[in-house]
Design a protein around this ligand. Structure first.
Ligand code: PGA
Length: 251
């Protein structure tokens, strides 16, 4: 059995004080959760959230990081800074960063390798646009983003990597991939990982689904063989929605 990880990507929401209060409420609401839970606040909210979550089972992630360790990179934040602030994982290659900030597979790969070398776990996001899906490029896009993002990552380090399959057309739109479509994409990604790293690594890899995950669809998604968790955006911002998603397997 693969383990399960549910992550909340807060995007550009939650100030330090809002994040601290929300984290305290989550600790209470998720006391009986059985799966791994990560929340990824904006940079400035990481430290107060990490403090509020200390001693709980919820861990803290970042939504991005610099591809350099230190120096003259105005506006950037490094892996060691994120660790000191309390993050243990970083989301890399999110489609918003690819589309809005021009991040390429090569650039994302530099960050993936740096994060792993610095002791941060990685959630690597991959996924196709609607135009790519409709023109038959789904598998090509997934294969390219997976291999490109993981270039020169060792099989040993793969135990600290999660892949999030997020079809771009399903993010923030209310449109979810059907569980069957998502499962097929996950199975394809797992096959690509098997080609790169062998069957054992592929079988133990956590592949999250992301894109309009809600309390009403999480169970059907999680019932699929190759779906091992969720990367949740909008619905990770309230206890009312995030708690039932994390507790999809309880009661
Ligand atoms: P959404 O975002 O759940 O709001 O669709 C998911 C994501 O972008 O990670």
């Amino acid at each position: 059995m693969r383990s399960v990880c549910i992550a909340g990507n807060w995007k550009m929401n939650m100030s330090p004080s809002e994040g601290r209060a929300f984290a305290k409420a989550l600790v209470e609401a998720l006391k009986d959760a059985t799966v791994r839970v990560v929340v990824a606040p904006p940079y400035v909210t990481i430290a107060p959230v990490a403090e509020a979550l200390s001693g709980s089972r919820i861990t803290v992630g970042a939504q991005n990081m610099s591809d350099n360790l230190s120096g003259a990179f105005t506006g950037e934040v490094s892996a060691p800074m994120l660790k000191e602030a309390g993050a243990s994982v970083v989301i890399l290659g999110h489609s918003e960063r690819r589309a809005l900030y021009g991040e390429t597979d090569e650039f994302i790969n530099r960050k993936v390798r740096l994060a792993l070398a610095q002791g941060l776990d990685v959630i690597l996001c991959v996924g196709e646009t609607l135009a790519e899906r409709e023109s038959g490029k789904l598998e090509h896009v997934l294969a390219t983003q997976t291999a490109g993002g993981l270039k020169d990552v060792t099989s040993r380090d793969m135990s600290r990597v999660i892949i999030a399959y997020e079809p771009v057309w399903a993010i923030g739109t209310g449109k979810t991939a059907t569980p069957e479509d998502a499962n097929a994409a996950h199975a394809f990604i797992r096959g690509e990982i098997a080609k790169l790293y062998g069957k054992a690594v592929a079988e133990s890899l956590i592949i999250q689904y992301g894109g309009s995950v809600k309390p009403s669809n999480v169970k059907d998604l999680m019932a699929m063989e190759h779906i091992d968790g969720a990367l949740v955006g909008g619905a990770s911002l309230t206890v009312e929605q995030f708690a039932p998603i994390v507790r999809y397997n309880i009661g």
